[in-house]
Design a protein around this ligand. Structure first.
Ligand code: ATP
Length: 500
């Protein structure tokens, strides 16, 4: 089913998945906080990524680098010079837009000029999406129609300008003559600047990292010298990144502070195409293994003009979000570009010596670069389901058990006959292995619904039959099927279900 974005955002707020950052002060655009359920969900996603890509492999090691690095890193990587988006300001609304994501919505009405001659009146709206652009003029159009009559043509939405995707600095040209109240596009660097030390002087400028990848390249030699790694091998990192996005939007999808899960996989140059094909497939399958099974998950190869100049092949793993098909992860064959750049700027030798072949060379790299927040949002969209149980409608988050924030909830049917004590003992036992929840308040049906909304795969209820045969009721979230399990075997039964 297709989830509506506002329904998902309101569920996330209501149930404590995601809150606007510093909301008591009116929030701050582009920043989000994960609540009690959200933090568990996102941690489970990051842990699944780390487990599957680092700990389960023999050819991968991890790193955790600092967020602020020597600013030369960002000169070498090209971020100081080129990490920018084209930006325009609207003088009328004082809004700022990314020019390559700006839409103009135009109505043309028949009108008369001051001499009484027939002419045309234009009504235009600007927005960061076609819907945004259409919103304002639709109301005003109704008023104009009363005055002038019907528009002469159906309204159209056009992108403000087309940007050369291979070289974002280059504006091919506006797609409308009517630039109206917009300033000329100019490039805007997306890195957050700060000062290190007491002096707010140019010489102390530093940046919050806009990606985690460069920390990996900067540590390439440290890892080779200390970790006994041999090509081919990868270095992985999960951590916060910061980009001063011009238009943060679509909930957590485009934030100014976000978390990345990145791998740099180093190999011999001639083996790079094979490793690229391997990671392109492996990373796609990782999402399906955690439940992104629908046709909404896609793999799109970049065509030649979309490729960065140093890349011979790049593919995006995309998801059809309610606001459009958008990137979850990029897998790029980056050649030896990054290590070569860092050698140039640092003056240090970052080449690799192959002991067996007695050869020295600069490894090539394949980079699968994912966003933890975008993955979390995709899993939320995929899981969101509205269905009917016993004639009653319910909202259920059908998370894969591995990423579900709470694995099981334990209930006493009623608060008497020793049921709470028994349920609590089971809860304490389960808690040793899993994140579980205990709830004794309210009607049992309501308690089930609350867990369905939190995405809890199993509920375990102690009821009157428990007092006679020492079994408990297990309930499956998706099918609502119920069956009985000996109380003493509840922990093992849950483990089997979660692993199965
Ligand atoms: P986009 O074109 O959507 O801005 P990008 O191509 O600039 O993304 P990369 O630089 O390839 O993104 O970053 C790798 C990953 O980091 C992305 O696939 C995404 O999951 C995540 N990411 C990048 N920018 C943001 C952001 N502003 N908010 C949340 N996640 C992000």
């Amino acid at each position: 089913m297709e989830v509506e974005m506002d329904k998902l955002v309101s569920l996330c707020k209501r149930r404590g998945f995601v809150f606007p950052s510093s909301e008591v002060y009116g929030g701050i655009n582009g920043f989000w906080d994960y609540g009690p359920l959200g933090v568990e969900l996102k941690r489970n996603i990051k842990e699944a990524w780390w487990r599957d890509n680092v700990q389960m492999r023999d050819d991968m090691v991890g790193l955790d680098c600092s967020i602020i690095m020597n600013p030369k890193v960002w000169e070498a990587s090209g971020h100081v010079g080129g990490f920018s988006d084209p930006m325009v300001d609207c003088r009328a609304s004082k809004e700022r837009y990314r020019a390559d994501q700006l839409y103009v919505f135009v109505y043309i009405f028949p009108a008369v000029n001051h001499k009484g001659e027939p002419t045309e009146a234009w009504l235009a709206g600007l927005g960061a999406s076609p819907e945004d652009a259409a919103e304002a003029p639709e109301k005003r159009a109704a008023k104009l129609a009363k005055k002038f009559g019907k528009p002469t043509a159906p309204p159209t939405v056009i992108p403000y300008m087309q940007i050369d995707v291979a070289d974002r600095e280059k504006v091919i040209g506006p797609s409308t003559e009517d630039r109206g109240t917009l300033t000329e596009p100019r490039s805007f660097n997306l890195m957050f600047k700060t000062f290190v030390g007491a002096l707010e002087h140019e010489s102390n400028v530093a940046y919050l990292r806009p990606e985690t990848a460069q920390g990996i390249f900067a540590n390439f030699k440290n890892v080779v010298d200390t970790a006994r790694v041999k090509l081919p091998f990868g270095i992985a990192q999960i951590g916060k990144s910061f980009r001063n996005e011009i238009n943060p939007r679509n909930f957590t999808f485009r934030s100014r502070e976000f978390e990345q899960m990145e791998i740099e996989f180093f190999c011999r140059p001639e083996e790079a195409p094979e490793w690229y094909a391997y990671w392109r497939k492996a990373r796609f399958e990782w999402y399906t293994s955690l439940g992104l099974k629908s046709e909404k998950l896609r793999l799109r190869d970049h065509d030649a003009e979309e490729l960065a100049f140093y890349s011979t092949a790049t593919a995006d793993i995309e998801y059809a979000f309610p606001f459009g098909v958008s990137e979850l992860e990029g897998v790029a064959h980056r050649g030896d570009y990054d290590l070569t750049q860092h050698m140039k700027f640092s003056g240090k030798d970052l080449s690799y010596f192959d002991e067996e072949r007695k050869e020295r060379f600069t490894p090539h790299v394949v980079e699968p670069s994912a966003g933890a927040d975008r993955a979390t949002l995709a899993f939320l969209c995929e899981a969101y389901t509205e269905d009917e149980v016993g004639g009653e409608s319910r909202t259920v988050l059908k998370f894969h058990p591995r990423i579900a924030p709470v694995k099981a909830a334990v209930f006493p049917l009623v608060k008497r006959d020793g049921m709470p004590e028994k349920a609590e003992a089971i809860y304490r036992e389960l808690k040793k292995h899993n994140n579980v929840y205990y709830d004794e308040k309210g009607a049992i049906g309501r308690r089930y619904r609350r867990q369905d909304e939190a995405g809890t795969p199993f509920c375990i209820t102690v009821d009157s039959q428990t007092t006679t045969d020492d079994t408990v009721t297990f309930r499956d979230r998706d099918s609502c099927r119920q069956w009985r399990v000996p109380a003493a075997g509840a922990a093992q039964a849950l483990r089997d279900l979660l692993e199965g």
